[in-house]
Unconditional design. Structure first.
Length: 201
């Protein structure tokens, strides 16, 4: 599975703003991080080359240097999102040795970070418009499902209960930002404990 450089400052959970006017050639990661910031702030409709070049203070030539085509750009953007918001979470959980309820708590703590559910919806929108993204998005969904199913299996769930609990968990946390108002850190921590009580018998 391809790994892509992360936009985040080590030790922090939020996106690092791209230095828009720095000297020197922009990297591919600069373009991808700026794209993620536009998606987070303004949604799919604002993700245009015109907005990107204005945000970064460069011409289209820099974009063309890094991306051979618009489809390649979108594939790499989806790969970055998948790495930052899905595969990195799974990797972090694999490195932990905690009791099953604590593993689920840590998964929830990672998942309910602000903006993550909104990004899921943005990439579903992109995949609906650009069918060539659908296979990669399906792989992300399958990976998420596999990780969460594994956590519930460790809690002793089997058969239909395991499938239904996993499905409910994944669907709910993919829609979270569209179903609730923005929350403070304290409110998110309270929500975490409420969700644990809901999903653990």
């Amino acid at each position: 599975m391809k790994r892509v450089a992360n936009c985040r400052i080590p030790g922090l959970k939020k996106m690092k703003s791209v230095d828009l006017r720095r000297s020197g050639r922009l990297s591919k990661t600069d373009w991808l991080c700026a794209s993620m910031e536009i998606l987070d702030a303004e949604g799919v409709g604002a993700l245009t080359l015109e907005n990107l070049t204005a945000r970064l203070g460069v011409t289209q030539g820099s974009f063309d240097w890094h991306f051979k085509s618009h489809p390649q750009f979108l594939r790499e953007l989806l790969a970055k999102w998948a790495q930052d918001d899905t595969y990195a979470v799974g990797d972090a959980l694999e490195g932990l040795d905690l009791p099953p309820p604590e593993m689920l708590r840590e998964a929830l703590r990672q998942i309910i970070q602000p903006g993550r559910a909104a990004r899921v919806m943005n990439f579903r929108h992109l995949a609906a418009v650009h069918p060539f993204l659908r296979d990669e998005l399906r792989k992300v969904d399958e990976y998420r499902y596999k990780v969460i199913e594994g956590l519930f299996r460790r809690l002793g769930l089997k058969g239909k209960r395991l499938r239904m609990r996993t499905h409910a968990f994944v669907v709910l946390h993919s829609l979270e930002d569209g179903l609730s108002e923005p929350m403070s850190k304290e409110e998110r921590l309270a929500l975490l404990e409420e969700r644990l009580a809901l999903f653990i018998d």
